[in-house]
Design a protein around this ligand. Structure first.
Ligand code: DL6
Length: 841
């Protein structure tokens, strides 16, 4: 068999063509003479899959042979984006694939556009997980991702009459050519039922969780190839299937239909991604999803562990490290205990020792509403054994704390896993920090906030037991393969040309070598040409999506991210209105002298987030007025770009001159699009928040237009806002007035009422005694935001200076490659080492 298989050359264009023709005919049942572009994409996907599968299998064999320690990333979300272009680049198949398809009369680019954009995540957290997978593979680390194969990913956003409409995204439609269904890898996952006590077959006392319903988790593997390595890792996603056993007695009974219905319901478990990010929904289905994928993943990794020859439980932490991505998978603490104690019969104390050495937890947000809490009653019904385990763990935890701090210390109620109240709840954040070996934040400022505000009592406890480094910082990053090389081939070519090799793609410190050319006029003209090329692509994209013509010579100003009040898209659009008002005041001659700008804003709002949806409507309506005004439209355009997603980002980011990262100081944990923009030579208008701070440190103060209050000033300003001593800048007053006058309402009474409600809220007009005012300090930061934008215009006027800053910033981004981030996770948290697969294996 081996000899037969060995007859094709993975990177020979002719082999690629033959394999393409074979897949067209025999896998897809098309003919060579009659197929669509979509068929061609699928067949090309299968050609690629063959190569990926080989590499995945060989890599797994190698990891097994070397008996390496493995890392497992547990995440409810992976915002993967399109796979084909990235996989071709990472497998170093760009040239042969190009040649092969040109030979067949097709452009590879066209095939890429046929691919669905898998959006199995909401935003930053899910996209980070996808970048992490790319870096794990590139660093040849034996690490896998585990998650859920949602049939419906993040909704598709349509904009109808300026408003967001959510449409289902059935991304797997006719199947995804890259994934590998594994009907041979399934695990039962029990839900509900009851706990009984009894004796096992050896007569030992044991606990049995029985009854309820059993769902099968079936694996779907998604190979993740590394760049410049022969290693290919795996993203294993679980799909919920009905339990295999079918109760034959029911065939004749009336309950038959019910039985079929309940089997169908099992499939609903992995049907849909919850479209919320900074808040969570206490919905039972969501907890079921979380437990479902956590249980399957832990069963899978433990099965792999016990397959190792002569395994000993005491060696588990030497062989396994697990990362829990936010609170979503943190039921893993209790499930790991259940599997070790109830199923593997490890003693409780040893099981706890192993659990706390293997598991780690990342916090991704300072928004307290995102730290999940589940009603005890719900856990009791759905996971009765887990409630017992959590109860026992909490008892021991509290005893330990009482010994340290006395019986009635407030530390105890703060750190207890249970929250008292009308509805008693389980705090998943507390369960995670108690059960984790390391807890990390995602940017320096965020990690300090975790210590100071999110988990202050826990940090104190860590210090008191002499382990302050239980909380560590792991500043986020992004993969330069997708976000520079694939998204911006022209820039990638410049770097490779000036640096003499593409080594920078795996070692971004090499980009420092560009700094000596930052004033070189030849590089300047190539750099500007690169930006022009990107802007031309953007212009075509905006025309298609928004039916708007944009001036490619204008300054391109972009804000793309989830719509949220703390991210302050509202402040951005208020500024656009202000700019419009200033333009209107000018004479035609004066207007000629102003900097032309195109402002693009995009992002999805959680479907139940009313204010975020009103902000989208306001942006759309402002666009309708400004873009049509003959006095100003030459100088200022604004559009809301619908359905922001990974593939849209790949077009928009490379074209930006500036991008907006303007969250209130202390609210954005890190941000990662800020990194993508700067890597592509865009400069940032930003607050001293999240990773902006570290980007500024790396790139130089002159490359960033910083404004707004600092994190330590926020509390005082908010107190003033609450008390009513909160002056409003006259320029902002004028903007509010225009909104109140209905200048952007298009005579729609509903929009008028909604826009006024936004303004009233900022102005602190309160409803029935509750303060729900300018929580995110838009009013306070607005004047300095105007100043920052003026500095942008002035700097942009000097093209050589701008170009120099752009080169300087893009060349100083080494720290923000996920290769650096993942290396730190591997060294500091996981203790996982690279296992580089040699080719002959
Ligand atoms: O860590 C990745 C990313 C950060 O860059 C963003 O600042 C943060 O908002 C985001 N968090 C989420 C949802 N959080 N929760 N839960 O996406 O994580």
């Amino acid at each position: 068999l081996w000899k037969l298989m060995d007859t094709y050359e993975p990177n020979d264009p002719e082999s690629i063509q033959k394999s393409f023709a074979r897949h067209l005919e025999y896998s897809l049942a098309c003919t060579r003479f009659n197929f669509t572009m979509e068929d061609a994409y699928r067949a090309a996907g299968l050609v690629l899959r063959d190569r990926l599968l080989e590499s995945l299998n060989d890599t797994n064999d190698y990891y097994r042979k070397m008996d390496v320690k493995r890392g497992y990333y547990l995440s409810a979300e992976y915002l993967i984006g399109r796979h084909m272009q990235n996989a071709i680049a990472n497998l170093d198949l760009e040239q042969p694939f190009k040649e092969a398809f040109i030979g067949l009369g097709m452009e590879l680019e066209e095939l890429f556009h046929e691919e669905a954009d898998p959006a199995l995540g909401n935003g930053g957290l899910g996209r980070l997980a996808a970048c992490f997978l790319d870096s794990m593979a590139t660093l040849s680390l034996p690490c896998w991702g585990y998650g859920i194969r949602y049939s419906y990913g993040m909704f598709k956003q349509e904009i109808q009459n300026g408003r967001q409409v959510e449409c289902p995204d059935f991304w797997i439609g006719d199947g995804c050519p890259f994934e590998i269904p594994r009907p041979d890898i399934t695990y039962p996952v029990r839900l509900y039922g009851e706990v009984t006590h009894g004796e096992d077959e050896k007569g030992n006392w044991c606990v049995n969780w029985v009854g309820g319903e059993i769902v099968q988790a079936m694996a779907y593997d998604n190979p993740i190839p590394g760049f410049d390595t022969y290693n290919t890792n795996n993203l294993r996603l679980w799909r919920a299937c009905p339990s295999k056993e079918f109760d034959l007695d029911m065939f004749s009974a009336a309950a038959y239909a019910d039985s079929v219905e309940s089997r169908r319901k099992a499939e609903d478990l992995s049907a849909v991604l919850y479209p919320n990010d900074a808040t969570y929904e206490g919905k039972e289905l969501r907890l079921r999803q979380q437990y479902f994928f956590v249980s399957a993943s832990l069963q899978d990794l433990l099965r792999d562990f016990i397959k190792r020859p002569n395994y000993k439980w005491s060696e588990l932490p030497e062989k396994v490290a697990v990362q829990m991505n936010d609170t979503h998978p943190t039921i893993a603490v209790a499930e790991m205990m259940r599997l070790l104690v109830d199923v593997m019969h490890v003693h409780w104390e040893e099981a706890w020792d192993l659990t706390t050495k293997c598991l780690n937890y990342t916090n991704h947000t300072v928004m307290p509403e995102a730290l999940e809490k589940w009603p005890v009653e719900m856990i009791e019904r759905m996971l009765p054994r887990h409630l017992q385990i959590i109860g026992e763990l909490n008892l021991r935890w509290i005893k330990d704390l009482q010994k340290k701090y006395g019986d009635h210390s407030p530390v105890i109620s703060a750190l207890s896993i249970f929250e008292e109240g009308d509805i008693k709840k389980i705090r998943m954040g507390n369960l995670a920090i108690m059960g984790a070996n390391k807890v990390n934040g995602v940017a320096a400022i965020h990690t300090e906030i975790i210590k100071k505000e999110t988990f202050p009592e826990f940090y104190k406890y860590c210090c008191d037991i002499g382990k302050p480094d239980k909380i560590v910082n792991m500043t986020n990053g992004v993969t330069p393969r997708r976000w520079v090389h694939c998204a911006n081939p022209a820039l990638s070519a410049i770097f490779t040309k000036y640096l003499g090799s593409h080594e920078w793609l795996t070692d971004m410190t090499k980009l420092k070598g560009m700094l000596k050319f930052k004033e070189d006029s030849k590089l300047h003209s190539e750099w500007m040409e690169m930006k022009r090329e990107c802007k031309a692509k953007l212009a075509a994209f905006v025309k298609e999506k928004c039916d708007l013509d944009i001036d490619q010579d204008a300054l391109i100003d972009i804000q793309i991210k989830r719509i949220h009040e703390y991210k302050r898209q509202l402040m951005n659009i208020l500024y656009v209105i202000h700019r419009y008002q200033e333009l209107k005041k000018k004479s035609p001659g004066e207007r000629e002298k102003t900097q032309k700008r195109v402002v693009l804003i995009g992002g999805k709002a959680a479907s139940a987030y009313v204010n975020a949806k009103i902000i989208i409507k306001l942006i759309s309506n402002v666009g309708k007025v400004i873009n049509k005004d003959p006095d100003t439209s030459k100088y200022l355009k604004v559009a809301f770009v619908p359905n922001y997603c990974v593939s849209a980002a790949q077009v928009m980011i490379p074209a930006s001159d500036i991008s907006e990262h303007i969250s209130t100081a202390g609210t954005e944990a890190s941000g990662t699009s800020n990194m993508k923009f700067v890597m592509n030579g865009g400069l940032i208008v930003g607050t001293m928040d999240g990773a902006n701070i570290e980007i500024r440190e790396e790139c130089g103060e002159d490359t960033m237009f910083i404004f707004g209050c600092l994190e330590h000033q926020v509390a005082d300003i908010a107190a003033k806002a609450k008390s009513g001593h909160y002056p409003i800048d006259s320029r902002l007053q004028a903007v509010f007035q225009a909104i109140r006058n209905g200048d952007f309402s298009h005579g729609e009474p509903e929009a008028q009422a909604e826009f006024c409600s936004l303004v009233d809220r900022l102005c602190n007009i309160q409803a029935a005694g509750t303060w729900d005012g300018d929580k995110y300090l838009v009013i306070s930061d607005f004047p300095s935001f105007i100043d920052a934008q003026a500095r942008v215009d002035a700097t942009y006027a000097d093209k050589a200076k701008w170009c120099k800053l752009s080169i300087q910033a893009a060349s100083s981004m080494a720290k923000f490659s996920t290769d650096r981030t993942i290396k730190e996770y591997a060294e500091v948290i996981w203790g996982v080492k690279p296992a580089v697969r040699p080719l002959e294996d």
